[in-house]
Design a protein around this ligand. Structure first.
Ligand code: ACO
Length: 334
């Protein structure tokens, strides 16, 4: 896929260290092998070195000897990472004893490596639920200055060019924040606009989705989307955004011009912002399966360092693709 090949080539120019905390998971090891053979990122695997070697042999992977392996139970920075975690979480009452337990958890260890400058980015989630990947990231790496809410965007690549930007659309939030307030939803729209420009490489035209178009239905859920649209325009006056729009009015020209005449977004949207996580997560999975779209992500937006989470149903190439995105985020290319 051209989009991903370009990202890999860019990542290769300034290679970054990406930590994969699920170092014994089969698809993760296969993905690490591909990344190391294509040589677009340095890979750090967390896991018992003997077991990783055994798995590499069993799977016939020949490039894993180029990975750095960190044993969570036994490595030289264990004390230093424990000190750091205690310091970061002391206002929350974390004791040293508790911190010692967290530090051997690969998902915490990965975030502590990033916070200490020992890794540049992380990809996880092939075998852990999203919440378990995100919690350490929120607690240790935290959000970018000025950002209150992390969210997850998917770059959806459809098999034909009928909708969006010649078949490419960005969906958010599909991964993180269950029930955003109007101002959080506005923030999600603005950060998704930025992701669309930087990672998908297209000029965002954002539709704030609802079950109503321009007042066709009255409900407090519709009011939230209307308010979020107003706030997003205030936060980023340059952003091309409109709402509230139904999904058909957002992406189908003939319906957009009928239901929302005069809108510069209706019928032409290439970014779909969903009112809740429930809608976003269900929608991306249905489009991925039923329309045979490629779903790249979720790309986490608003985190202070690039940490990206996989779906547990991910394939080897999903992991490779997300590492390519993460490496580019770490290099500041996107
Ligand atoms: N952005 C930034 N920080 C956040 C966010 C957010 N969206 N959500 C929680 N936090 C922070 C909190 O401020 C808190 O920080 P603190 O401890 O320093 O005060 C910390 O994270 C923990 O907050 P809690 O509210 O205790 O978080 P909790 O662990 O209950 O929930 C979580 C956070 C895990 C992200 C939760 O919202 C969740 O489970 N979301 C759904 C994830 C999911 O299952 N997605 C669907 C699958 S993904 C897929 O299919 C690809």
């Amino acid at each position: 896929m051209e989009f991903i090949n370009k990202l890999k080539a860019k990542a290769k120019e300034n290679k970054k260290r990406i930590v994969l905390p699920e170092g014994l998971e089969e698809r993760t090891l296969q993905a690490a092998d591909v990344i190391l053979s294509e040589d677009f990122a340095d890979v750090i695997l967390i896991g018992n070195p003997g077991k990783i070697e055994e798995e590499a042999k069993r799977l016939g992977l020949t490039n894993l000897n180029k990975a750095t392996v960190v044993d969570p139970e036994n490595h030289e920075k264990k004390e230093a990472y424990t000190d750091l975690l205690v310091e970061l979480r002391k206002s929350k009452g974390l004791t040293r004893e508790q911190a010692e337990k967290f530090v051997v958890n690969p998902l915490y260890l990965a975030t502590l490596m990033i916070k200490s400058g020992d890794a540049d980015g992380e990809v996880a989630g092939a075998e852990n639920a999203t919440g378990d990947v995100l919690r350490p990231a929120f607690q240790v790496v935290k959000t970018l200055p000025g950002i209150s809410v992390v969210s997850g965007a998917f770059i959806m690549i459809l098999p034909n060019d009928e909708y969006g930007e010649e078949g490419m659309l960005v969906f958010a939030d599909c991964a993180v924040h269950p029930n955003p307030t109007a101002s959080e939803l506005a923030e999600i729209a603005v950060t998704t606009g930025k992701t669309t420009k930087s990672i998908a490489g297209i000029e965002p035209r954002v539709a704030m989705l609802s079950f109503s178009t321009k007042g066709s239905a009255k409900h407090e859920m519709v009011d939230k989307v209307v308010e979020a649209t107003r706030l997003a325009k205030e936060m980023d006056p340059e952003l091309k955004i409109d709402g509230e729009l139904q999904a058909d009015a957002a992406i189908v020209e003939a319906i957009g011009s009928k239901k929302a005449p005069g809108s510069e977004i209706a019928g032409k949207a290439n970014v779909l912002v969903f009112p809740t996580l429930e809608v976003g997560n269900i929608a991306y999975k249905l489009v991925q399966r039923m329309a045979h779209a490629e779903a790249i992500g979720p790309v986490l937006q608003g985190m202070a360092a690039p940490i990206n989470d996989l779906s547990r149903g991910c394939s080897v190439s999903d992991i490779v693709n997300l590492v390519a995105i993460t490496a580019n985020q770490a290099a500041g290319n996107v």
